[in-house]
Design a protein around this ligand. Structure first.
Ligand code: BGP
Length: 453
């Protein structure tokens, strides 16, 4: 299939994050992150971060495969604990920086644009033990020191930056921030939303710094973009569906792009028992450090109905989630609903005009087996094709979409579901110590798609 509206400069890419793909979890000075700690708690039931896809030792082979596939971009994250193993050191770990230097160079040499996520769920665990991680304002400085170090070191070659991956996901799944899960819901929300504000401030400082030092570069968050549909035509369902999008996704984009926390967010926050005291300095930090592009992670649509009309309740007590029997779902409950993507893209344009938007994650998960040396992932191919079709239509609608990075390039460790939930264009044999790679049928499909465009 050839699509008409996709520009030649489109970043056809793929995506991953450090703790999900690298392995080498204590090598070359690296220490534990909260993502490692949470994964190690499940080591008896599923794969953990110790080896995962072992990209740390396979990156040359992987870059070769990326080049063969024709990728124009590769979105990956830097493992915070390779650079600042404890998070509070004065000087970075040179071995960690050297690893990413080599990796970034090999991407650039092969004509692949690096898209770098500064922080993807992996704050150094030491900072959580020491002062409660993001719930403490000191995190703002520790993150900024780390982000600045990356920008200073790699900014000559990296022109596409992502500050924080899926902040609102971490706030609601607050074990990802290291928040004690035995606390009451109210206590957890207090801490998680405090962390939310600290992350916004840290991000704003970083965006300002990048724009001042590298004005030609792009920087913004990767927002978990929920396209939420109402279960019925009733206005109570529609308004709660909209509200979930606003609260979960657009509040994050508003703060990053407009530099202001929207009032609807602050009003809703009170229902969680949380109130922000915003100083003039904080407001200025947000206003002076805004994004000049926005990345979004988009997988499927979400369907909700109003469960309780009492508007005094916090959002998650007012809604319930619904499954549409007519849609296809993965084994993990994520639907196949490509038209939702065009809706999302158009809505982005109506809110933020011509700000460039990049899909930083999109993908289809399956349990897969090798049969006669091959993996026939027909559903993934169908998923890619139908979603690119919708992107093409969104481009025709005028949305400034600059790229699409499939989650994921090679199979990796799923955040919640271990190794059986595979997303890759490249199969990784997790039973085999050498982590053998095999190209799936979707690899060839994507390769041809890129070539045609
Ligand atoms: C996003 C995360 C990724 C990735 C993906 C799939 O929320 O940014 O890190 O894991 O979702 O989710 P899962 O791994 O739970 O299948």
């Amino acid at each position: 299939m050839k699509f008409k509206n996709i520009p030649k400069c489109f970043l056809w890419g793929a995506s991953s994050s450090a703790f999900q793909v690298e392995g080498a979890y204590l090598e070359d000075g690296k220490k534990l992150s909260i993502a490692d700690v949470n994964s190690l708690k499940k080591s008896d039931i599923q794969m953990d971060t110790k080896i995962s896809s072992d990209m740390y030792h396979h990156y040359e082979e992987d870059v070769k495969l990326m080049k063969e596939c024709g990728l124009k971009s590769y979105r990956f994250s830097i493992n915070w604990t390779r650079i600042y193993p404890n998070g509070d050191e004065e000087k970075p770990n040179e071995k960690g920086l050297a690893f990413y230097d080599t990796f970034i160079n090999s991407l650039v040499e092969n004509g692949i644009t690096p898209i770098v996520t500064i922080y993807h769920f992996d704050q150094p665990y030491h900072l959580i033990e020491k002062y409660g991680g993001w719930t403490n304002e000191q995190s703002i400085e520790d993150y900024f020191k780390y982000a600045k170090c990356l920008i200073d070191r790699f900014g000559d070659r990296v022109k596409h930056w992502i500050t924080i991956n899926e902040q609102s996901v971490m706030v609601f799944a607050s074990h990802m921030l290291g928040i004690d899960q035995t606390l009451s819901d109210e206590e957890k929300y207090q801490l998680a939303f405090k962390a939310n504000l600290n992350m916004w401030l840290a991000q704003a400082k970083t965006m300002r710094y990048l724009k001042e030092t590298h004005p030609e570069s792009l920087i913004g968050p990767a927002v978990s973009y929920l396209t939420t549909l109402p279960d019925s035509r009733k206005s109570k369902d529609l308004s709660e569906a909209r509200f979930l999008e606003d609260f979960h996704s657009y509040a994050q984009m508003d703060v990053a792009i407009k530099g202001v926390i929207p009032q609807f967010f602050l009003t809703e926050l009170k229902k969680f028992g949380v109130e922000y005291t915003l100083t003039t300095e904080m407001k200025e930090t947000l206003k002076n450090g805004t994004a000049n592009w926005c990345c979004v992670n988009w997988y499927c649509t979400t369907i909700v109905k109003c469960a309780d009309e009492n508007q005094e309740l916090p959002l998650f007590k007012r809604i319930s989630f619904v499954k549409d029997k007519e849609l296809k779902y993965t084994d993990w409950g994520w639907n196949f609903d490509p038209k939702g993507l065009r809706l999302a893209m158009r809505e982005f344009m109506f809110r933020y005009g011509n700000v460039p938007v990049c899909i930083s994650e999109i993908g289809w998960s399956e349990k897969e087996e090798v049969v006669d040396g091959k993996i026939h992932d027909v559903d993934r191919i169908d998923y890619i094709e139908k979603h690119v079709e919708q992107l093409d239509l969104a481009l025709a609608d005028g949305v400034n979409i600059v790229g699409m990075n499939l989650w994921s390039f090679q199979d990796l460790l799923s955040v919640g579901d271990g190794e059986n939930k595979r997303y890759g264009l490249v199969y990784v044999d997790f039973q085999d110590n050498s982590r053998r790679r095999i190209k799936k049928d979707s690899f060839t499909y994507y390769q041809e798609l890129i070539k045609k465009h």
